[in-house]
Ligand binder design. Sequence first.
Ligand SMILES: *Cc1c(COP(=O)(O)O)cnc(C)c1O
Length: 386
Amino acid sequence: MREPGFETICEHAAEEPARFLGAVAPPLFQNSLFASPDAETFARRGAAHPEVYDYTRVANPTTDILEAKLALLEKTEAARCFGSGMAAVTAAILHCVRAGDHVVAVNTIYGPTRHFLTSYLSQFNVEVTFVRGTDAQEFADACRPNTKLFYLESPSTFVFHLQDLAAVSAIARERNVVTAIDNSWASPYFQNPVEFGIDLVIHSATKYLGGHSDIVAGVVCGPKAHMTELASLEGALLGGILDPFAAWLMLRGLRTLPVRMDRHQANALRIAEFLQGHRKIAAVHYPGLDSHPQRDLARRQMRGSSGLLSIELKEGGQAAAYAFINRLRYFHIACSWGGYESLAIAIPFPAVKNGEPAVGGGWGARLHIGLETVEDLMEDLEQALE
Ligand SMILES: *Cc1c(COP(=O)(O)O)cnc(C)c1O
């Protein structure tokens, strides 16, 4: 029999209705405690006996189903969910570094991740070198004897720079450096970084994995060699667990992940092509476009493109960008993304600290293309640009 495909994993993997009175949708275990039938069973609880549940900070059956599913979707041995994407990001980084270590990170990563690396970890004498990351050699050049982690985000989510995952992970392996990537933009549906040798895969599950703008969640996926310790230390000990109800909602969100991603891609591609030809637009940054400077790399390591892109306006600066955003009718003005709905925010270029102006150094917008009727979105964008 063939290995179950992505969609089949979303609908069936790790679910055993017979364990739960035949319930087709796995039940929500909204309880903190599990009572043992006798003192002997209670004494047996712990990592060696995952069948003995005792406390939801350590393990919960609803969350266990979700984590098993996410590990399969990312083609890793294990996954651990967290109460937010940032809890997952910081857990993965803390797992990899000790006082005095050095990290090489991509300069266009998510802002709070950058803040954690620079401001928080500096308290522990952890140093960070930021690289553009579009040339893998930059990682080798930035390495020091105490480098322990390469932190990637490919594509990044304002200017959509990619890193060559196979080349960067080869450089890391030669030097015994762990690689971690924020894979939120592509989702496991479009990109499985472990296929290119990456060790730890992180998601803000608030975005596509949840998909409905109703949970805040995160996950780290990786090999047991990392995940067993990460789950017990950065997971259970630091305690930033995912609430079981949010885990249950993410299981529901995952049912439709493949069909949602296909539609996000189809809508975003049509809109990116439409905007690219518009006389008021200077540039469209979207890895799904043939004009993307790293299009070949995008094709090599991703199976498709999601719904988040950015545009630069030709003229008018901040006032024109604000006016454009304010005129949109179907796009909420909001910064998170990955849900069913379209979103827009005005952004300056460069959109990231230390980032170089992609085109003119002016203003534009970041757009999340949702699941609405694409003609409605196109008409809305057209009238707002005029
Ligand atoms: C939103 C986001 C995060 C943080 O996730 P939260 O769930 O908000 O904590 C991390 N990385 C990227 C790329 C994001 O967009």
